[in-house]
Design a protein around this ligand. Structure first.
Ligand SMILES: Cc1cc2nc3c(=O)[nH]c(=O)nc-3n(C[C@H](O)[C@H](O)[C@H](O)COP(=O)(O)O)c2cc1C
Length: 179
């Protein structure tokens, strides 16, 4: 596909987030594409809110982005060795939208963290959560950027050759999924 739509989703809301930097690098490596960015600053999932007002507009927008994406890349920090709250909340809301938006979407997951393991434990939790959503997750070598504060330069470029190689492999595999 000449110009696929790549949706990037950060599990960190922080403007200076290393996961956002990693996603920007992923988008560059992915090649020519329309880049869409998922916004996870959503209301907390609440069954009463859903019963009274339905699925919020912001969730519907995100669900549409997921459904329209040719490829998805999620990068999230682990928080206390688990999935970030905003990412789990987004998954929970999206699971309430008709039509299983994630179903069959080619998806790559990665993480960047301050700690030594680069968020590996939390990343496994993200992968587990994608099972019931039926995303088409591309596995292979995991990309867990450890000590992330040391791995990006002032422009947000990933400086570590090993991580860049793994990122390139993942993005090539994702692009191949778009035909
Ligand atoms: C609530 C909270 C929990 C955290 N838990 C972990 C953790 O389990 N493992 C780890 O390596 N770093 C942990 N950190 C540090 C994060 O790796 C660090 O803040 C990182 O920069 C977050 O990603 P971001 O730059 O994309 O926002 C935690 C940070 C916060 C705020």
């Amino acid at each position: 596909m000449a110009n696929p739509t790549l949706l990037t989703i950060s599990g960190s809301l922080r403007k200076g987030s290393y996961n956002r930097m990693l996603l920007a690098e992923a988008a560059t490596v992915f090649g020519p594409a329309t880049i869409d960015t998922g916004e996870l600053n959503l209301p907390l999932y609440d069954g009463d809110l859903e019963a009274e007002k339905g699925v919020p507009e912001s969730v519907q927008t995100l669900a549409k982005q997921v459904k329209n994406a040719d490829a998805i890349v999620i990068s999230s920090p682990e928080y206390n060795k688990g999935i970030s709250g905003v990412l789990k909340n987004a998954f929970d809301w999206i699971s309430r939208v008709e039509g299983m938006p994630f179903k069959g979407r080619p998806t790559v997951v990665m993480s960047a963290n301050a700690g030594r393991t680069g968020g590996e434990t939390g990343q496994f939790m993200v992968l587990s959560c994608l099972v019931p959503l039926q995303a088409r997750v591309l596995h292979g070598p995991m990309l867990c950027v450890a000590a992330a504060g040391n791995e990006f330069d002032a422009e947000g470029k990933l400086t570590n050759d090993h991580y860049r190689k793994v990122l390139t492999g993942k993005m090539e595999a994702l692009r191949a999924e778009t035909g």
